[in-house]
Design a protein around this ligand. Structure first.
Ligand code: NAD
Length: 487
């Protein structure tokens, strides 16, 4: 297990010697003390990245791609250890880290390994006598700040496209969950990434994170996290006007029309909100149900929620683990009181589980709350296994509820009516829409939001635009055209 900063190809302690404990959310025991980067460590990492940039960006794109492919293989070869580490540090059930997080991490590095040599330019039709072509160049040293909810997967989402495009990276994992990104750094060193190309700096948000956003020699900052911190990142980035990409919070609408296949709805909606204990920006946190089927659906949905097996994340039979920290668990549970104060009715959960074996951990039962669409619990991101339910009568009403928050990240709808499905997909104010499914993601499909959910896109070719800048080159190809304006 690596616990030090990864700078210039080596694991080193923070210059100040500072460390912070990372805890196992199953019982709040200490897993390890991890080095905490200060501003001076960010400077060291930026200097290493700057030094590595000329050679890395000039390397044949296919060779950069080959390293990413080798990394994907190394991740698969170490899948069990990585899954265990991620479960230990985050509380995700091992069956999810082994079957989803680790394979998706490898798949993302592999996808962008293949992408590296496919970032083509173009030729622009301009007036006769001139050739105008467009190339896409890497941005330089990029800073990346990620949250604690999917630390392993987000390491790949952030690093893979940046590296494929020829940038060098200074990345800060969340203070709660630094271990898996350090493990990825170790594998990168093993498969032969040049020193300085990637630097990983566990550290506090308002110290190392803030300084990454401010740093005058970082050309772009890519951030995934809360909307509140996203705003701070934008302000901090203004000094050198760095490029900013923001993947922020969400309040996913999940609309169920009267003609939907309810078996699929129940399964898909449970996955949408309870997977990863609801700690997902794209969680299906608002169930919006047509009144004609509400009773039937809620009976099935609450009974499924009550049957979810909660337990130690390292137990392969566990379906739901603890939240990632005690503080976050308390915050999620506080929303049960917020709901009740505004007249909300708890239909399932709403408390920590009774089992003595889970008493020391950060557990919350799957929670379903009937609430008005304007209530705080239906407007604010709870970021836990907490879903609100409201009903609608007309399609217009459903759309107004769905579009009625400041967020616009992911939204889902369930119907057998093809025309309605595509019409509503067009009308939803949301970066992603799932029809008769929820929370599907792929390295090939653009991911991101609108409004308070941020701007810019991860994944697919779209993210290569984020990590490159276009350069337009004009060439005079006709000797008869004078190199000045005729007078
Ligand atoms: P957070 O915003 O508190 O922290 C995210 C990261 O930012 C952490 O690494 C933290 O250390 C750092 N940070 C904190 N203050 C900072 C500052 N002043 N300057 C720079 N960095 C700072 O978020 P969180 O609680 O770790 O994660 C949960 C949030 O992330 C939720 O809102 C969730 O919706 C969002 N999220 C969004 C996406 C997406 O793709 N849209 C994906 C996952 C999570």
């Amino acid at each position: 297990m690596q616990t030090q900063l990864f700078i210039d190809g080596r694991f080193v302690p923070a210059l100040s010697g500072a460390t912070l404990a990372t805890l196992n959310p199953h019982d709040n025991s200490e897993i390890a003390q991890v080095s905490m980067a200060g501003r001076e460590d960010v400077d060291r990492a930026v200097a290493a990245a700057k030094k590595a940039f000329p050679a890395w960006s000039a390397m044949a794109a296919a060779d950069r791609g080959r390293l990413l492919l080798k990394l994907a293989d190394a991740i698969e070869a170490n899948a069990d250890a990585l899954a265990r580490l991620e479960s230990l540090d985050t509380g995700h059930p091992i069956r999810d880290t082994r079957n989803l997080d680790v394979p998706r991490t490898a798949a993302t590095f592999r996808y962008f390994g293949g992408m590296a040599d496919k970032v083509e330019g173009s030729v622009i039709p301009v007036e006769a006598g001139f050739l105008n072509y467009l190339t896409r160049e890497p941005v330089g040293v990029v800073g990346q700040v990620v949250p604690w909810n999917f630390p392993l997967m987000f390491t790949s989402w952030k690093m893979a496209p940046a590296l494929a495009a020829g940038n060098c990276v200074v990345m800060k994992p969340a203070e709660l969950t630094p271990l898996s990104s350090l493990a990825i750094a170790a594998l990168m060193a093993e498969v032969g990434f040049p020193a300085g190309v990637v630097n990983v700096l566990p550290g506090l948000g308002h110290v190392a994170g803030q300084y990454i956003a401010e740093h005058p020699e970082i050309s772009k900052v890519a951030f995934t996290g809360s909307t509140a911190v996203g705003r701070k990142i934008v302000q901090a980035s203004s000094g050198n006007l760095k490029k900013v990409q923001l993947e922020l919070g969400g309040k996913g609408a999940n609309i169920v029309y009267g003609d939907a296949n309810l078996d699929a709805v129940v399964q898909g909606s449970a996955f949408g909100i309870f997977h990863n204990q609801g700690q997902a920006c794209i969680a299906a946190s608002r169930l919006i149900v047509h009144e004609s089927i509400a009773d039937d659906l809620l009976e099935r949905f609450t009974s499924l929620a009550r049957s979810i097996r909660i337990g130690d994340p390292l137990d392969p039979s566990t379906e739901m683990g603890p939240l990632t920290s005690q503080m976050h668990r308390d915050r999620v549970l506080s929303y049960v009181d917020v709901a009740r104060e505004q007249g909300g009715r708890v239909l399932a959960g709403g408390k920590a589980p009774d089992a003595a074996a889970l008493a020391k951990g950060c557990y919350v039962e799957p929670t379903i709350v009937q609430a008005k669409p304007t209530d705080r619990v239906a407007q604010e991101e709870v970021f836990g296994p907490f879903v609100t339910v409201s009903t609608f009568r007309t399609d217009e009403e459903a759309l107004a509820i769905a579009n009625g928050t400041e967020y616009g990240l992911g939204a889902g709808l369930w119907t057998r009516d093809l025309q309605r499905a595509h019409l509503v997909a067009r009308q939803l104010r949301s970066g992603m829409v799932w029809i008769n499914c929820y929370k599907r993601v792929s390295p090939a499909s653009p991911f991101g939001g609108v409004g308070a959910s941020g701007y810019g896109r991860e994944m697919g070719f779209e993210v290569m635009r984020e990590y490159t800048q276009p350069k337009s080159v004009w060439v005079n190809v006709d000797a008869n055209i004078p190199p000045y304006y005729p007078r």
